[in-house]
Write a protein that binds this ligand. Structure first.
Ligand SMILES: Cc1cc2nc3c(=O)[nH]c(=O)nc-3n(C[C@H](O)[C@H](O)[C@H](O)COP(=O)(O)OP(=O)(O)OC[C@H]3O[C@@H](n4cnc5c(N)ncnc54)[C@H](O)[C@@H]3O)c2cc1C
Ligand code: FES
Length: 336
């Protein structure tokens, strides 16, 4: 194994010398820029400050012999031959990301509870979607207007996209997803979209507030934080109606495994046997924190929850610039 250090971000990861350096960087949660992953576009170029890299295959147009002689490398193609120190400006803003329309195929659909399914979309061969943890995509099908869904997995495996889709009563597209969409169905996605993404340059402790399937982008953020060995404290609150709506046991597992992650489920309409917190999820946050001044807060889910959090958290000292949100507003346009 070799050690790779990005001198710009200070991030360090291991690579085996068999996989491309870019693959291992993404696997370890580094937001290295890339495009084609075929050696053509040149977007993954980096400067090697120390160490040696090699190319097992022919080098395509993404880098010139003169650039290689100057110490540059195409990270999607090269393998480490020793420990490496390199210089890459990692993506930390949505302005760095290209919004693309990509064909994709449903790989599988799994039922998570009575009204939420997990949809895995495989992007067409050789393509991938680069995004930041927390962002969303629009799903495009010829019979419907585009519908927005947050990406639930961390950016490491960007050719497979995980979504959590809640069935909406009378909802045309979500009904289609529940009753007609199947493995191998073809769709298009457009993304990445939205400015709800995890700010990695901050040192503030983080409060994540999810409502219902608002857990989806929060999952992406926490999985990314774990992959990057983030040490900041993470307080995760997940508000749902009743126990069956807590459709994932991951939050409790994270809290059990990682000292810097805590989890509080909050039920608004609990059954009689529930012993935990109840009420609205934002109220539980307010009960636990006297002053929100020093925190970075991410809230995602139903518009009414996000609005209530924004208003009441400011009254409790939250600095507006430290509040990031995605409200799951509906597409008002009628399906064809
Ligand atoms: C940025 C963003 C990210 C989103 N991410 C997710 C996600 O990760 N998972 C997810 O499940 N949803 C998510 N949503 C919400 C999702 O886009 C809608 O639920 C979906 O578009 C509904 O489509 P539909 O065709 O089934 O409903 P429509 O046919 O458009 O609506 C049917 C009826 O249901 C109402 N309605 C529509 N959506 C909802 C809703 N969400 N809740 C309650 N009533 C509704 C409408 O007002 C209308 O009366 C997100 C929305 C946005 C804007
Ligand atoms: S990502 Fe296109 S050349 Fe490496």
């Amino acid at each position: 194994m070799f050690r790779v250090e990005n001198q710009v971000s200070g991030k360090v990861f291991q690579t085996d010398g068999v996989d491309a350096i870019l693959d291992d960087a993404l696997l370890h949660g580094c937001n290295f820029p890339y495009g084609c992953q075929k050696g053509i576009c040149g977007k993954c170029k980096a400067t090697i400050i120390e160490g040696e890299v090699g190319y097992p295959n022919a080098i395509y147009d993404g880098i010139s012999p003169a650039e290689i002689a100057d110490g540059m490398a195409l990270l999607c193609q090269c393998r480490a031959k020793s420990d490496v120190v390199l210089v890459v400006a990692e993506l930390d803003s949505v302005a760095d990301l290209e919004v693309r329309k990509l064909p994709c195929k449903v790989e599988r659909i799994e039922r998570l509870n009575h009204d939420v399914v997990q949809v895995f979309l495989k992007i067409a061969a050789g393509e991938s979607l680069q995004y930041l943890a927390g962002q969303y995509i629009d799903l495009i099908h010829p019979d419907f207007e585009p519908r927005s869904f947050s990406i639930a997995n961390a950016p490491g495996n960007s050719s497979l996209i995980e979504l959590h889709v809640r069935w909406v009563e009378g909802g045309k597209f979500t009904d289609f997803v529940f009753h007609k969409l199947a493995a191998k169905s073809l769709l298009q996605l457009e993304g990445p979209k939205g400015d709800f993404f995890f700010r990695e340059d901050s040192k503030k402790p983080v409060i994540l507030v999810a409502g219902g399937t608002g857990f989806s982008p929060v999952k992406s953020i926490v999985e990314h934080a774990i992959a990057t060995k983030l040490e900041r404290q993470i307080y995760l609150y997940w508000g749902v109606r009743d126990v069956p709506d807590l459709y994932s046991d991951l939050p409790q597992k994270w809290a059990d495994e990682y000292e810097n992650i805590s989890f509080v489920p909050v039920l608004s309409e609990p059954n009689a046997t529930w012993q935990g917190r109840n009420g609205f999820v934002h109220q539980s946050v307010l009960e636990d924190f006297d002053d929100l001044t020093g925190y970075e807060i991410y809230a995602c889910g139903p518009p009414v929850m996000v609005k209530a959090a924004a208003k009441t958290f400011v009254e409790c000292g939250m600095i507006k610039d430290n509040f990031y949100s995605d409200a799951f507003v509906f597409a008002f346009t009628e399906a064809k």
